[in-house]
Design a protein around this ligand. Structure first.
Ligand code: AMP
Length: 127
């Protein structure tokens, strides 16, 4: 399979890997939206959240919890935002969780021109 993250995991493509264990590889995003933007990537190829197993998902969340203090300490960030794209908006079709360090007043936004619908209408659909 021609997957760029599988190649990074195998070491065929270089990466700035900051952490690695049997289940995940954690490396810097090549096109960061903030300083320290990092990706947590399972070593096994999953396309997105739909085919992920709970054990791997839990391990990824555990990894975030363990790494969080060092982002604060070493990058002096004020927080982190986690996000993970599925299908639309997902450029690389190998599951990855973005860790985006946040800095006070960084003004980072996902959507700036939201066509805001009535929350009741959304609630009726999702409940
Ligand atoms: P997504 O849109 O959620 O699929 O995000 C894919 C991310 O992978 C983007 O933020 C890219 O900048 C990042 N990316 C693509 N190729 C590489 C690479 N070779 N090394 C590190 N990050 C990459």
């Amino acid at each position: 399979m021609d997957c760029i993250f599988c190649k990074i995991i195998k070491g065929e493509i270089p990466s700035y890997t900051i952490y690695e264990d049997d289940i995940v590889k954690v490396f810097l995003d090549v096109n960061p939206v903030s300083n320290g933007h990092t990706l947590i990537v399972p070593k096994k190829h999953f396309t997105d959240i739909k085919d992920m197993d709970l054990e791997t998902l839990t391990h990824i969340q555990k990894t975030v919890k363990e790494l969080f203090p060092q982002y604060k300490e070493k990058l002096s960030c004020d927080g982190i935002t986690l996000c993970q794209n599925n299908e639309y908006g997902q450029e690389v079709k190998h599951y990855h969780l973005h860790i985006i360090p946040r800095y006070e007043n960084d003004n980072l936004k996902i959507s700036t021109d939201l066509d805001k619908k009535d929350p009741k209408e959304i609630y009726e659909k999702l409940k």
